[in-house]
Design a binder for this molecule. Structure first.
Ligand code: PMP
Length: 433
């Protein structure tokens, strides 16, 4: 017998999975930039769900693709190919520069990073992995080992073969020049000195986001990624870019790495590709794929090459291309960033605004002078925004309370952006007073 109060059932039967909080409503439906609660409230979604609703919720063309595909193709034996998965691989390869050319369609971000790390180990015959101190690459074993943990510090490997390098963070630099600005060359040299000192000589890969999202919306300084790639290749390591959040137009270019023109050896794509369905893709060069194949690389999962989600991925890419969503994300991102910058100017508790395209962030501090990050104020603002009809979220890394990721769907309208900014401004004022 079901109770009429769903929260009773939540308490009884919904397992805890570590989400920072449950929204106080049960969600009934979602459309475009909005979610609707069971009791009829309409809430603007500035998180694109968990960053996956690239084209807005229930995008009509995505819904139509599911409708036309589902009676014909759903899921197949993992060794079978269908037109949608072949088209998906081809289309992804066509959007990428050389030598990225071979695509393996998978399901989630953790899984595709697991595959990328396994591929790098297979190809190099080595096992050690480097990532940023403020990283998030997933929660399966290898992806989680490359993800932030409180025990995982620069210069202190917490598990065999896992190393962290400092994260370039211009608002709070660890290494400074004479003017107090981030000295990223010194920082990167230090990071790799630490890695070299501790490595057993088995460095396989370095995995990073080309623009950090969960780590705090951190855009690496110009020249950083090129130097990182150089350091990796000098050591015989493969460079993996994780574009779970930055892929498919979000930052104003198709892929986040295009701002710097630094092409990785392996690229992982997930969240933003599936239009809300679980779809991911590993992309690498012919050469690396051939070596992996020779050496017995295996990543043979239940949902590899699944046709239904592949068809959706094709639609997502077609819409991004047809509607010029990367350049729209750049324009809308400028509008959003300007609005956020005004919040920095008008509120003492908004310390910084930063980001690229429609991947923006603000950092909430106790006051501008002291720059102390405030998780408590961040939580109050999250709640107040929700009451006022705007869903916002704090970035996922523990210890980063107070940093908001602001990432509406790429289809967001100017009016929706302005509405969200007005609510955010109001919520910050309410919390400040
Ligand atoms: N990589 C990045 C950069 C992410 O932000 C996330 C999810 N927050 C993941 C990987 C893991 O993806 P998933 O949750 O789909 O496994």
């Amino acid at each position: 017998e079901r109770s009429t109060d769903p929260w009773h059932e939540v308490e009884q039967h919904v397992g805890h999975y570590g989400a920072p909080y449950f929204a106080p409503d049960i969600i009934d439906r979602a459309e475009g930039s909005y979610i609707y609660t069971e009791d009829g409230r309409k809430i603007l979604d500035f998180t694109s769900g968990q960053m996956c609703a690239t084209l807005g919720h229930n995008n009509p063309e995505v819904v139509q693709t599911i409708r036309t595909t589902i009676g014909r193709l759903d899921h197949l034996y993992s060794g079978m190919l269908s037109r949608p998965s072949i088209n998906l691989c081809t289309h992804i390869a066509q959007t990428l520069p050389e030598p990225l050319n071979k695509v393996i369609p998978l399901s989630t971000g953790s899984e595709v990073n697991e595959a990328a790390i396994r591929m790098a180990k297979t190809v190099t015959g080595r096992f050690e992995v480097v990532s940023f101190s403020r990283s998030w690459h997933g929660l399966t074993q290898a992806s989680a080992a490359a993800t932030y943990s409180s025990a995982r510090k620069v210069g202190v490997p917490c598990a065999p073969g896992q190393f962290a390098i400092p994260t370039p963070y211009e608002y709070r630099p660890d290494f400074t020049d004479t003017e107090g600005k981030l000295d990223w060359r010194k920082e990167l040299d230090f990071g790799f000195d630490m890695v070299d000192a501790q490595s057993s000589g088995s460095l396989a890969a370095c995995i990073v986001e080309p623009i950090l999202s969960g780590g705090g919306i951190l855009v690496p300084p110009d020249g950083y990624l090129a130097e990182l790639k150089k350091k990796c290749h000098e050591r015989g390591m493969l460079l993996i870019f994780d574009e779970a959040q930055t892929g498919f137009g979000r930052t104003g270019t198709w892929y986040g790495f295009q701002h710097d023109g630094v092409v990785p050896d392996i690229l992982t794509l997930s969240k933003t590709l599936g239009g809300g369905l679980p779809l991911a893709a590993l992309v690498t060069s012919d050469e690396i794929e051939a070596t992996a194949r020779e050496r017995g690389f295996t990543f043979y999962t239940s949902h590899v090459n699944d046709p239904l989600v592949a068809a959706v991925g094709c639609t997502v890419m077609n819409v991004i291309e047809r509607d010029n969503l990367p350049s729209k994300a750049a324009q809308k991102g400028d509008r959003l960033h300007a609005g956020l910058q005004r919040l920095v100017e008008t509120h003492d508790i908004v310390g910084d605004a930063r980001g690229r395209g429609l991947l923006q962030g603000i950092e909430i501090v106790k006051d501008k002078q002291g720059k102390e990050r405030s998780a408590a104020l961040g939580d109050l603002i999250t709640r107040r925004c929700y009451e006022l009809g705007l869903h916002m979220n704090i970035v996922c890394l523990p210890g980063m309370g107070g940093v908001f990721r602001i990432a509406p769907p790429l289809t967001v309208s100017d009016a929706e952006l302005d509405d969200g900014l007005t609510i955010l401004d109001q919520a910050i004022s309410d919390v400040e007073t």
